[in-house]
Structures are given as C-alpha cells and as structure tokens.
Design a protein around this ligand. Structure first.
Ligand code: 13P
Length: 334
C-alpha cells in the first residue's frame, strides 16, 4: 500500500500539464540570450511572473517546477511564487539536482550531482511550499555510450533521490533523459530507452521506492536530431507508447514527457497522438500521460515577450494558447 498523501499529490501534479520553469542560472541565461535579453535575477523574476500570472493558467497547468532562485522570489505584489501558484490550485515543485558532470574516461557519459545534503534541502524547499521535486539524469547516445556504468550509476542515484524525497513527504519526478543530440537511429533510441528505464525501475524497487508516489519524466522515442530519417508522428507516438507499456510499472502515478528540443507544435502533436492511441487500446499503462515541457511550453512566449514590458499581455496570451493545446493533447483531444 502506498502513502496516501504522496499518491494524492502525484495525481494532482499530473492532472493537467506541468510547466518546467526550472531552468538553472546557466540555462535561463542561454534561453534569454536567444531573444537578446541579459539574464539577471530581476529579469528572470519578471519573466517567470509573466508565466505564472497569465490569466487562466490554472485551467491547463497543474504543476510548475521552480528553480532555487525562483522559489524564493515574489510577484510585484510581494506574494511568494509558490504561494501565488498554490493559490490558483497549481502545485509548486522544485528542481533539486545540481546538474550533470562527466564521468572521467567515459567520453559523453555523465552522472548527476546533488545527493549530498539532499534531505536537508528538501526540508527547506518543503517549508517554502514545494510539494514535488525533479531530478534529471542525462544520457548521450554515441558509438560507445551510454556505458553500463553510466546507466547503472544514474539508476541508483535516481532511486536514492526518490527514496529521500518520499521520506521527507515530497513527490519525486524521476527524469532519465536520453538526449536527442546526435545522428543516432530511431531504433537505437528505442533500445537504449528501454534499457535505461528498465534499469531505473529495477533500482527503484530494490530501494523500496513507493512507485505509486512517483512521476516518470521520460523522452519520447525519436531519431537523433541530426538524423535525416525522422519518423512520422504516428510512428513516434506508437513506439513511445509501446516502450511505456513494456517498462513502466502500472503503479507509477503518472508519466510526463519532456520536450527535449522538439518544436512546440511537434511536441504537442506527439503527446496528442500518444493519448489518442492509448485511448483506443484495451490494455495500456493506466496512469495519466501528460507533458512536463520547458522549451515546448515557453519557446513561443519568449519570442512574443522579447524582454519588453509592452509585450507582456500578448506573450501571456501566446503562453495560454500553447498551454491549452498541450493540456488537450494530454487527453488526446486535439
Ligand atoms: P524541455 O521540455 O525543454 O526538454 O525541458 C524539460 C525539462 O525539465 C528538462 O529537465
């Protein structure tokens, strides 16, 4: 039997779409640079405020992942962002990993930092209003990778992170991301994603993680972005769903895909097709299948905003329009 309050929170987080607004200092700098804006804590705050105060956000977004800087910031009216979100019925979450670093001698393989002091940090984040957390492991497909060492190491760390979260009463999002970078084939992505997710759930069970209080954030199955042979939407959706049905235990509270560099329309269409196919199947993973997009929910909004005050209302409309589509795609109703 699972912990009732973790299950309840997890189901609430995946009820609609999740907005990943947890770009690290370095990543938000890169994102803002694409629109010619210099990142500062104040500019980052104004941008996140634009997203969180968009009229109607709560109709389409059920959870927002924050970054350490953002969870401590407030709106112009002095309302802490976690409180502003929970006031709208949106569950605040927090990115708790400290980024991927190379495993020496293993080429493109990485492991993720952040386990030291994690319990203490989670306790503070909980006091600040976070109810769920996110930890991202990264896998690069290359001729010699990812290695078994990287797969096993990341599976252990994801499981231990999840266990520590649940001990503190926080719902863990487990994010093993196979990157789209490279020219690898669709089939190779499929086989490696199966291997990686299988390893993650083997360790999660060994560590006695309560899977009914876990959200999985996986990649979809696509060819590498430099591969000229991309599969159509139906094939990506069907194969991605097959992989989920093969490896994700039925108890897992929900699945929320990352967008991984797919355009907003394509990431939306893939999710929609996955749910359309799932809705027709008699037997399939029974939990919610939704999105936890960063770039695919924000890309168009960033462009519409361009860092200008006079564009805020327009950018908020653009954001809500994409959020509505992603929400409907989470139901297979686009
Ligand atoms: P993208 O949707 O931009 O891939 O971001 C999701 C995320 O949270 C990566 O950790």
């Amino acid at each position: 039997m699972g912990n009732g309050s973790l299950i309840h929170t997890a189901k609430k987080v995946v009820g609609k779409a999740i907005l990943a607004a947890d770009e690290s200092t370095e990543t938000i700098r890169k994102r803002l640079a694409t629109i010619g804006v210099d990142s500062t804590p104040e500019i980052n705050r104004q941008y996140r405020q634009l997203l969180f105060t968009a009229t109607g956000i709560e109709k389409y977004i059920s959870g927002v992942i924050l970054y350490d800087e953002t969870i401590r910031q407030t709106s112009d009216d002095g309302i802490p962002f976690p409180k502003l979100l929970s006031g709208k019925g949106i569950v605040p979450g927090i990115k708790v990993d400290k980024g991927a670093v190379k495993i020496p001698g293993k080429n493109s393989d990485t492991f993720t930092q952040g386990l030291d002091g994690l319990g203490k940090r989670l306790t503070e984040y909980k006091e600040l209003g976070a109810c769920f957390a996110k930890w991202r492991a990264v896998y690069t497909i290359a001729d010699d990778g990812p290695s078994l060492i990287a797969i096993e190491r990341n599976a252990h760390d994801l499981a231990l992170y999840a266990l520590i979260c649940q001990d503190v009463g926080i719902v863990p999002i487990i994010e093993p991301e196979v990157l789209m970078d490279g020219d690898h084939s669709f089939e190779k992505n499929k086989q490696l994603t199966i291997k990686i997710l299988t390893a993650v759930f083997v360790q999660a069970r060994k560590y006695s993680v309560d899977l009914s209080g876990v959200i999985l954030k996986p990649n979809m199955i696509t060819a590498g972005k430099n591969n000229s042979r991309q599969k159509n939407i139906g094939t990506v959706a069907e194969t991605t769903l097959q992989v989920l049905n093969k490896v994700v235990p039925a108890e897992v509270a929900g699945v929320a895909f990352l967008s991984g560099g797919q355009s907003p329309p394509l990431a939306t269409d893939h999710l929609n097709m996955i749910n359309k196919i799932r809705n027709r199947l008699k037997k399939s993973y029974p939990g919610k299948i939704t999105a936890s997009y960063g770039r695919a929910l924000q890309g168009e909004t960033l462009e519409a905003w361009a860092g200008k005050k006079e564009n805020v209302t327009k950018a908020q409309r653009v954001f809500i329009s994409r959020a509505e589509k992603v929400y409907k795609a989470g139901l297979g109703q686009l």
